[in-house]
Write a protein that binds this ligand. Sequence first.
Ligand SMILES: [Zn+2]
Length: 147
Amino acid sequence: MSHLPRLQAVLARKTGDVEVDLLVERGLDGRVRLGGELSADLVLQCQRCLGPLSLPLAVEIDTVLLTGSSQEDVFDGIELCDDELLLHDLIEDELLLALPAVAAHSETQDCRQGEAPQKYLLQNGEVEKANPFAALKDLKLNKPSTR
Ligand SMILES: [Zn+2]
């Protein structure tokens, strides 16, 4: 996970394993295909209740790795490079793409959305209730002087 700083940045918990099951094979046409699956159990922050949202991800990878000799095919492949970081980049990109635009618990999941805002409203309600009474008190206290 520490190899994936951009992914890490969007996670609520910075831990977790990314399973990489990739196969690189050279096809008959000389192209090098990269296929396989990435899977990860990520923990994001629910945008509704701000609680932890565990998100199992599985991403199918099927792409063409480009070697230096096939520059003309740059449109739908990834330039092959010995640098291992490039693979990390690829994995990170794929996982980032697979993340939902808005991370939130589904209705069937344990979203604490109901709890937090209600507590918040209650607190606000108490404050709002307290204020009019306080104002009334002031009014009553002030009234005798006008009577
Ligand atoms: Zn939630």
